[in-house]
Design a protein around this ligand. Structure first.
Ligand code: ADP
Ligand code: ZN
Length: 757
């Protein structure tokens, strides 16, 4: 359907027995109005429309098509946009559900399911002029061209050699034939010029070599078989298949199963979405997919946050038009507009980065499960360290568990040694224990590679004056500033505030100010000094600021040019380097003592994942975990690769204290630049919620957030726990819509919150 320009926007009072649409306007706080639809105009739920509002027209989305309206003074829709620029009905339904569940404005939910670049119609397809041979002139003419117009002849010969459309620019590159030459040929009727749509393909500069499927081993075969059973296309009235949770140790060949299951779905003429955490959406991952499907490479679309607007626009349209049937992407790719969805895979389903930390605060994995249910397609969640939520769902019978206990080719899981740093700390090099030092030495001698992991960037974590005890603090946040040595700056990792590093205490002017704590920059520094001949490199968000550095460093590491790679969680996930035989975790306690009930779970997951980077090749891997609390359960269970053991003790704790997965945690966050107003608002809100609280609600007191101040705002938390989210969400929205908060107080609702700081 082409876009329809409708003239009449005047009042349509007389429309009777006509059709109306309920339209939510863009960028207007979720306001909804009814409009009449002129006869003969096609419109459906999810269509994007232009509608009159006072003297302007604005864009909006059709929520419903009806035959009646109660509104008076209804006007006509001004334009119905091409249907391929709209929200498909399944996604519209998902948006409505999200607004309800996550207690957010419908407008925000709609923004999530339709990318901004499509919504705003600011981008168009890129076109280029292309030329095609129509008829080769007779030989005498060609002969005469040789002297008279050699460029014309060259162009004709080039087009003859390569039948089909050739971009005019390409032709010019090959033969020096300019546009004028092409026009001359066109005039004579020998060639035809057309405009051709070109997709801005984020991987256009790369070549992918076909990688055929691997023969599955026995354990993989069992899993694959079960998944395939759920891939059988369903009758329209059949129930959705139960989601799977694939618990397979690191390096057990989960990705191979994803690839083959997706292949199966493609063969059925359907599509698949593969979600991976943004951080592991590395060139390596993309390459693996593009190579497997190299023969039909154009069927793979990639969505991530580093795409240009043009690329995002084109990838979205390739998906929407059905040209691309495999979508691989981070969190938001769960909203990819694929039709005939056969499978959604969520790799590393436990990853907190699936949770969006701004409205709508949805969880990509949960949405995947819901979308699978709505569209009755298979959902496969995979992890070496499943989230407690998902594992709980297995125990409740909501998900089916699939397990792979051994690594591919019976490679051993790495041997994990815990180093008690209390015994080490008195020695001078307290960052690297003597055991880890020896192990690093060995790897360098044997020309094997090592990874050193520390989830904190910068050089030192704070600067402390030894005389007056002053610690350099961020003026906007309640955190100390991190010293970055290379830049010689103090940086706030919360708000990005930057200051020159002081040479003396800013308070008492004593020169005895010193650096405390360790970040990756210092680890790199220390290790380089310990092994002057080794090639040491670092990968963290600071390095990433230089574009392409991530890629380059990974590529160098892969070909063995780097001996020791130091990094943050950026290197913990999904990377596969066969020559890495040693992983050192510099400080396993970071994160373990945070005021967050998931601290243990996260530590267990992180340690297991990082350890999983070791020994993926022929040589067995070894892991050193340095800790000051070596007997904490998260560390001990990860040491023995004992997920079940960890689960048992952790789930007890959750049950006892009514934490998720036994309840849903809803976090209300109240922020204000004015401490008193923030606190009072939080207390008022707590009181109001308690008044008429739905049964079973556990409401904690209003407290200052663990991160009390951030970006110049004082922060307060109200933690709610419930068994029934939708009811609580509606209750909260009703309260928040009515309670008048001071203008500088911001209240946000985070359903199934992960970020508790
Ligand atoms: P996971 O996703 O569980 O970490 P991968 O799928 O990345 O594991 O597999 C780890 C390595 O083993 C990869 O290099 C992969 O190519 C290889 N692999 C996976 N399955 C097989 C198989 N059936 N036969 C041989 N190699 C395999
Ligand atoms: Zn700050």
């Amino acid at each position: 359907m082409s876009s329809l320009e409708l003239q009449s926007t005047e009042f349509a009072l007389e429309v009777q027995g006509g059709r109306f649409v309920r339209v939510i306007l863009d960028d207007s706080g979720s306001r909804v109005f009814d409009y009449a639809v002129p006869e003969g105009v096609e419109v459906a739920r999810g269509c994007r429309v232009r509608v009159p509002v006072r003297r302007r027209t604005v864009l909006g989305t059709v929520l419903e098509v009806t035959t009646a309206t109660e509104a008076s003074g209804v006007r006509f829709v001004a334009e119905v946009l091409k249907s391929d620029a709209g929200v498909n009905p399944a996604l519209l339904e998902l948006a409505v559900w999200m607004a309800d569940y996550y207690a957010c404005p419908l407008e925000n939910a709609l923004r999530a399911v339709l990318p901004q670049v499509i919504r705003k119609l600011e981008m168009t397809h890129q076109e280029r002029q292309a030329v095609r041979l129509v008829e080769m002139p007779a030989d005498e003419i060609l002969a005469s061209l040789e002297k008279r117009a050699p460029l014309q002849l060259a162009a004709l010969r080039a087009l003859e050699a390569e039948p089909g459309l050739m971009a005019v620019a390409d032709l010019a590159k090959r033969t020096d034939a300019s546009h004028a030459v092409v026009r001359a040929l066109e005039k004579k009727g020998w060639v035809a010029v057309e405009s051709q749509r070109v997709d801005r393909d984020p991987t256009r500069h790369e070549q992918f070599i076909e990688a055929p499927p691997l023969a599955l081993n026995a354990e993989q075969e069992v899993v694959f078989h079960k998944v395939c059973e759920a891939l059988v296309p369903r009758a329209p009235d059949a129930a959705a298949p139960k989601p799977f949770l694939l618990h397979g140790v690191t390096g057990s060949g989960k990705t191979e199963i994803y690839l083959q299951a997706i292949q199966r779905v493609l063969e059925q003429g359907r599509s698949a979405i593969m979600l991976v955490p943004e951080i592991s959406l590395t060139p390596q991952t993309v390459e693996r997919f593009k190579s497997r499907f190299a023969a039909t490479q154009h069927e793979v679309a990639v969505l991530h946050s580093h795409l240009s607007e043009g690329e995002r626009h084109d990838e979205w349209h390739r998906i929407r038009s059905g040209k691309a049937r495999i979508v691989i992407g981070a969190r938001s790719a769960v909203f990819a507009p694929v039709e005939k969805l056969g499978l959604i895979v969520v790799d590393e389903e436990h990853e907190p980065s699936y949770k969006q930390e701004e409205s709508p605060r949805y969880h990509g994995r949960d949405i995947a499960v819901l979308r699978g249910f709505m569209e009755r397609c298979a959902v496969l969640l995979g992890s070496a360290t499943p989230s407690l939520e998902s594992y709980h769902n297995v125990k409740l019978g909501k998900y089916d568990l699939l397990t792979i206990k051994t690594r591919v080719d019976d490679k051993k899981l790495p041997y994990i040694r815990i180093v008690d740093m209390r015994m080490e700390s008195k020695k001078q090099s307290a960052i690297i224990s003597s055991k880890l030092l020896t192990a690093l030495q060995q790897r360098i001698e044997r020309r094997e590679q090592s990874i050193l992991f520390l989830n904190r960037r910068g050089f030192s974590t704070s600067m402390l004056c030894e005389k007056c005890g002053n610690v350099c603090q961020c003026p906007n946040c309640s955190v100390s500033l991190t010293f970055h040595k290379a830049a010689n700056r103090l940086v706030c990792h919360t708000c990005g505030y930057i200051a020159l590093a002081p040479t003396k205490c800013p308070e008492c002017k004593d020169p005895g100010i010193r650096q405390q704590g360790t970040g990756t920059e210092r680890v790199e520094d220390v290790v380089q000094k310990l092994f002057p001949k080794a090639v040491v490199r670092r990968l963290d968000a600071d390095v990433l600021q230089r574009k392409a550095a991530f890629r380059e460093t990974l590529a160098e590491f892969r070909v063995g040019k780097i001996d020791i790679l130091v990094g943050t969680q950026m290197i913990a996930k999904g990377l596969h380097f066969p020559n890495v035989t040693l992983v050192g975790i510099i400080n396993a306690d970071l994160g373990l003592h945070l005021p967050d009930f998931r601290a243990g779970e996260r530590t267990f997951q992180l340690l297991t994942q990082v350890a999983g980077r070791a020994g993926r090749g022929d040589v067995e891997g070894e892991v050193f975990v340095q800790s000051f609390t070596p007997f904490s359960p998260a560390i001990q269970f990860s040491r023995h690769h004992d997920f079940e053991g960890f689960w048992e003790q952790e789930i007890d704790f959750r049950r006892q204290w009514n934490y998720p997965p036994f309840t849903h945690l809803v976090l209300l966050s109240i922020r204000s630049p004015h401490q008193g107003r923030g606190e009072l608002s939080a207390q008022t809100l707590a009181k109001r919620i308690a008044e008429d609280a739905p049964p079973g609600l556990i409401l904690s007191e209003a407290t200052p957030a663990p991160l009390e101040k951030s970006h110049g705002q004082f922060r307060f938390h109200l933690m709610l726990r419930t068994k029934s989210v939708p009811r609580l969400s509606r209750y909260l929205r009703a309260i928040l819509d009515k309670l008048p908060f001071p203008e500088d107080v911001i209240v946000t609702v985070d359903v199934d919150a992960y970020q508790l700081m």
